[in-house]
Design a protein around this ligand. Structure first.
Ligand code: SF4
Length: 299
């Protein structure tokens, strides 16, 4: 089987930094209770590996960061790479928790831009994903003047007469955001726009778009990861089948045969060992092989 890898793929600098911060925190405070608000990065296997270091992820579905913070009463709280709103920061401080902030610098940059424009009297159109922690961390800084835009339809439903600043969640799809931005420019020609898809997201989307004429494209990553989800949207139309998998164990053997041309990419929060295992299995595949067990080397 011929295997084409999208380069780059997998861990970005923000994810590597967040994991480094969490593991170093455990080394520096061997006996302290350590909590993560949400998932440190959007990958279940990373959360499980952190659990094994007794670093507990608080990630009940449909609960906001403010609500999750109610579960933490002592020790250290780590804010994930997605960032938190100012009110979450303040509440953690009020509770007397020691705060370790692993927010990615690219998310912080967007947050600072939004704060600056709000201060100058603008309303903000923020293109993002509903209930995603990065979007939550920004929108909740001003629920009246920051408007979440998830689609072209949402733009059409706005009616804003003041100055407008437009920006976006860092992990959006380049293609999707282009349609939304175009609609905004038509409706609000005076809007000030700063497109903030991060370089890691952009380069992974561009790399996957370069893989053409594949029989199969494997996208390795967690279902909750926005940048992983968006890689599928960037695949070239010549790709015959796209399979989103979390690990090698999710490969459907009936899809494989030795003569196929297969591509592999991975989201920015996917552990290197998980997608390397997929690549290695596919590169060495012979008809009739069975699937290996998923590696436990995550951190
Ligand atoms: Fe930072 Fe981009 Fe990675 Fe998110 S995907 S953690 S914004 S570098």
């Amino acid at each position: 089987m011929k295997v084409m890898k999208a380069i780059p793929c997998g861990y970005c600098k923000g994810v590597l930094r967040a994991i480094h911060i969490a593991t170093e925190t455990r080394k520096n405070y061997p006996d302290a209770p350590i909590h993560i608000l949400g998932m440190l990065v959007h990958n279940k296997y990373v959360s499980l590996a952190l659990d094994s270091l007794n670093i507990i992820s608080h990630n009940e579905k449909n609960r906001t960061r403010m609500e999750l913070l109610d579960e933490i009463d002592e020790g250290i709280v780590i804010f994930s790479a997605h960032g938190v709103s100012n009110e979450v920061y303040a509440k953690a401080r009020e509770k007397g928790l020691e705060i370790i902030d692993a927010t990615c610098v690219d998310v912080l940059k967007t947050k600072q831009l939004v704060a600056q424009y709000l201060k100058e009297g603008y309303e903000v159109l923020y293109i993002g994903v509903k209930n995603h922690p990065e979007a939550e961390g920004i929108i909740n800084d001003d629920r009246i003047r920051i408007h979440l835009i998830t689609s072209v339809e949402d733009v059409k439903n706005t009616d804003i007469s003041s100055k407008i600043f437009v920006t976006n969640q860092t992990t959006m799809s380049i293609r999707e955001i282009a349609d939304i931005l175009e609609t905004i420019q038509i409706k609000y020609p005076h809007a000030c726009i700063s497109e903030e898809i991060c370089q890691a997201t952009r380069s992974r989307q561009e790399a996957v778009a370069c893989l053409k004429d594949l029989d199969l494209l494997y996208i390795v990553g967690d279902p909750s990861s926005n940048n992983t989800r968006n890689l599928a949207k960037c695949a070239d139309p010549s790709v015959k089948k796209i399979c989103r998998i979390e690990t090698v164990e999710d490969i459907d053997l009936s899809d494989l045969s030795e003569e196929k041309l297969v591509g592999v990419t991975a989201g920015a929060s996917t552990p290197t060992s998980l997608y390397q295992q997929v690549i290695s299995f596919l590169e060495n595949y012979h008809d009739g092989d069975s699937l290996p067990s998923v590696t436990d080397q995550i951190l």
